[in-house]
Design a protein around this ligand. Structure first.
Ligand code: SF4
Length: 460
């Protein structure tokens, strides 16, 4: 396999490419950094009631924080523990929270989407997952299976072929496997050794069991990752041909994420190599027939995500790109974020804080944010940039984003990759590596708090 240099973003300014990799992923606007601890239980109850009265469909997210071992690159909210007692205790608390939130959410909206994230959702046994799903189905009004997206993030190291069949019987129809990199040297450097053969077996079993969509998560910018080594990961991915691929950029922030202190900084790819890896992922996946979806996501043309992208119906939420229109989101579990009733709210982040609140009958909300009309407008512009690479200002009062247009023109004075004017903006295919830089221009909260660096997490 050749490792010829990708060239499509070679003409983009290096300072903007570096800024892009430090930018927020905009799975929400404003980002979680704007959330405030003055947002309390009374605000939460008001938001949930307002949401239920609005009758919008609901998406459920459940956070399972446990992991069997410590991946050195990790920036997720997780707890390293294999203790069955501890995991079962957490499940008990989750059941309490489900009961409390469902009581508040009357009349119950229809649930169109359920996603289990972490941590490692499959650190729950199949029996424990059955208990969790039964509680959710009993307390919320789930859409019929043919309209329900039911997905889970999977650590292949803990999964068996038999688990796959049980998950399908429980109603899951989508799985997302954490692949990251298949090279043994890279896997050792990140403390995550896993077998590609086993992953291939799980993938085949999931297809056999009738899962409608399989996703592979990759991470680029990891220690010891070189362009030549990464080709093996891309070969493997293309041989398995998952319906979707998400390629996350690793940001090294050891002051914030202690696990990363085990990584030798000398072994990290430099900025040029990271950009190369990103371009190479893009090049090989597109050559193999995948459709590039917004930021670092790819899908086969028949996949629902690619169809939504082609039809201009793509949305962005905490799970990344989504085909669902503005669903309300209820997050359950430690650190889970909800977006409903015009507010964001985040649960207590620690396992202990979360369990203490729920087990003593309190809503575990720790902080939140009430969206203003200005936030909603900017959120719509940013979502449009992240999903379609464009924004339309034709319905807005004249001069509405004049200062932002000035800043956009300064990004690309010759308009080689970014066209803009009073009508709106359009990022060309050549500029797709800079979507976040463009979106940041519309972020009125940036600069009021520390700029959130990207980390490997769906919640970043
Ligand atoms: S990367 Fe995933 S499996 Fe590894 S420690 Fe983080 S959450 Fe757990």
């Amino acid at each position: 396999m050749t490792t010829a240099e990708p060239t499509s973003s070679a003409a983009l300014p290096a300072d903007l490419l570096a800024r892009e990799m430090r930018g927020p992923r905009y799975t929400s606007y404003p980002t979680a950094l704007a959330f405030d601890t003055r947002f309390g239980v009374a605000d939460w109850c008001q938001a949930v009631r307002a949401s239920a009265r609005g009758g919008e469909a609901l998406s459920l997210y459940v956070h399972i924080p446990f992991c069997a071992s410590n991946c050195f690159y990790c920036g997720c909210n997780r707890v390293i523990s294999r203790s069955r007692t501890r995991i079962r205790g957490y499940l008990e608390s989750l059941l309490h929270e489900i009961e409390m939130q469902a009581r508040l959410m009357q009349p119950p909206p229809e649930v169109l989407q359920l996603h289990l994230g972490g941590g490692t959702p499959n650190s729950l046994t199949t029996g424990e997952l059955a208990v969790l799903l039964e509680a959710l189905r009993n307390r919320f009004r789930f859409a019929p299976d043919e309209r329900l997206e039911c997905s889970m993030e999977v650590d292949p190291r803990l999964a068996t072929v038999d688990d796959i069949d049980v998950w399908r019987e429980l109603g899951f129809n989508r799985l997302s496997f954490g692949v990251q990199d298949v090279d043994a040297v890279v896997q050792t450097a990140i403390n995550r050794r896993q077998s590609s053969d086993h992953l291939a077996e799980l993938t085949a079993a999931a297809r056999q069991a009738g899962f409608s969509s399989l996703n592979y998560d990759l991470v680029y910018g990891l220690p010891m990752q070189s362009p030549a080594r990464f080709e093996a990961t891309l070969d493997f991915v293309l041989a398995q041909r998952p319906d979707r691929v998400a390629a996350y950029h690793y940001a090294h922030l050891p002051a914030r994420f202690p696990a990363q202190r085990a990584i030798d900084e000398q072994t990290l790819p430099n900025q040029t190599q990271r950009q190369w890896l990103r371009e190479r992922i893009h090049q090989r996946l597109c050559q193999a027939g995948y459709v590039a979806i917004g930021l670092d996501h790819y899908a086969l043309p028949g996949d629902e995500l690619a169809r939504a992208f082609a039809g201009g119906r793509l949305h962005r939420n905490f799970q990344g790109y989504s085909t669902l229109p503005d669903c309300e989101l209820l997050g359950l579990g430690a650190s889970a974020i909800s977006r409903l009733g015009g507010c964001y709210a985040q649960n207590e982040a620690t396992e202990q804080g979360y369990r203490l609140a729920v087990d003593t009958g309190h809503y575990p909300v720790a902080r939140g944010y009430r969206l203003t009309d200005e936030d909603r407008l900017r959120a719509a512009v940013i979502e449009s940039i992240m999903c379609r690479g464009e924004a339309d200002f034709s319905e807005l009062p004249s001069g509405r984003f004049a200062p932002e247009l000035e800043r956009l023109r300064a990004l690309d004075p010759a308009q080689t990759w970014l066209e803009c004017g009073p009508w709106g903006l359009r990022v060309s295919e050549a500029g797709r590596s800079l979507l976040r830089v463009v979106a940041m221009v519309f972020d009125a909260h940036l600069g009021r708090a520390e700029v959130p660096a990207t980390r490997y997490s769906r919640l970043a």
